[in-house]
Design a protein around this ligand. Structure first.
Ligand code: HEM
Length: 337
């Protein structure tokens, strides 16, 4: 349900002292790329949307670091984002926004607001070696040491929240251990929410999408934190020589799976359909238009793909519009419609 008041509260809760109001409040640092999507031979059976039934669809992609910190820290542990806009042959667009975390932190907008407020980054409170040993003796994992120059902790508030609320534990634990990828195209990204797709036979299925990198997943060695700003240069260098590809996988839900709560996983043995291959092959010169000002929206869907009743998915529609307007982004085609 549309709730503009909640959307504004959420954007404000995500803004952080080391952020920049001219940038996104989260996923602030990123890079735009372009390429194309080709559906698999069976994709059209499962979804009538145009990009699953057209030989080749142009795409705009934005890869990002999840943090709202305006300073680049590519080697630090952080969730990464991959937002894809499919430019459909009929002139309309549809978005698929994904991140490296497989499950979200909270089941509803109100719980996510509380989480965002409680998990706001705080000054680092390190642990002495004695505290670490004491934690080990109590079977508690000691806190990680801050990176050189890291003065604000992204984890402490979130971990304290997860100690209280079981629903956030999976997301928080996964985020705390996520690390840093060696390349934006060596990470798997998950759209997290459930969408409903309609097949060519009219059958509707409740599904979750994820992008799997053809080059494989590879994180940096955390003991050797690489230079802070390497992911954008790596992508430019890589794509100047060759393209990078991702498979679009679609997991089909079954009765009993939670369709409206993206903090809960589905059983891993659910049927997965290979829906197509995304090729990323260029980094446009104009990064202001193709990354900074671009505005994606998880509600920008197309006939054949519907939003589930997940309340977090619903509130994101207004949240992203508000955020884009506040930072002076170009309105997404959905906002204009
Ligand atoms: C209530 C939950 C959420 C809130 C309030 C929220 C909020 C936001 C906001 C305000 C932005 C910046 C939008 C802009 O200025 O253009 C953003 C970007 C982003 N979010 Fe979320 N988000 C939520 C959940 C999620 C989930 C579940 C995912 C994973 C699928 C996700 C992935 C991303 C990504 C990848 C971006 C960057 C998009 C880009 O490159 O433009 N978010 N989010």
């Amino acid at each position: 349900m549309s709730d503009p008041g909640m959307a504004e509260k959420l954007v404000k809760a995500l803004q952080r002292p080391d952020g920049d109001l001219a940038l996104r409040p989260v996923h602030s640092i990123g890079i735009g790329a372009t390429g194309y999507f080709k559906p698999s031979p069976i994709a059209g059976n499962f979804c009538v949307a145009e990009h699953f039934n057209t030989d080749k669809t142009d795409v705009s992609v934005r890869f990002s670091n999840g943090s709202g910190c305006a300073v680049v820290h590519d080697g630090w542990s952080d969730v990464r984002g991959m937002a894809v806009r499919f430019h459909l042959p009929d002139g309309t667009d549809t978005d698929l926004i994904a991140m490296t975390l497989p499950e979200f932190f909270a089941p509803t907008p109100a719980t996510f607001l509380e989480f965002a407020e409680k998990a706001a980054p705080k000054p680092y409170e390190g642990e002495t070696p004695w505290q670490k040993i004491w934690n080990y003796l109590q079977l508690i994992l000691p806190k990680r040491d801050p990176y050189p120059g890291e003065t604000i902790s992204p984890d402490d508030g979130a971990i304290a929240y997860a100690d209280k609320y079981a629903f956030s534990q999976l997301g928080v634990m996964q985020a705390a251990q996520i690390g840093a990828p060696t390349s934006y195209v060596r990470a798997a990204y998950h759209a997290v929410h459930t969408f409903i797709v309609t097949g060519s036979d009219g059958v509707r299925r409740w599904v979750r999408f994820s992008w799997q990198p053809i080059a494989g997943v590879l994180n940096t060695n955390p003991e050797k934190t690489p230079d802070d700003d390497f992911l954008r240069a790596e992508l430019k260098e890589r794509l100047s020589k060759d393209s990078a590809r991702f498979s679009l996988m679609m997991m089909v839900g079954e009765v009993g799976d939670d369709f409206n709560n993206s903090s809960r996983p589905w059983p891993p043995h659910r049927k997965r359909i290979m829906m197509g291959t995304l090729t990323v092959n260029a980094v446009p010169e104009d990064q202001i238009a193709q990354s900074e000002k671009l505005s994606f929206n998880p509600g920008l869907l197309t006939p054949g793909i519907e939003a589930s009743d997940d309340p977090v998915l619903k509130i994101r529609i207004d949240t992203y519009k508000t955020s884009s307007a506040w930072r002076g982004g170009s309105p997404c085609p959905f906002s204009e419609g």
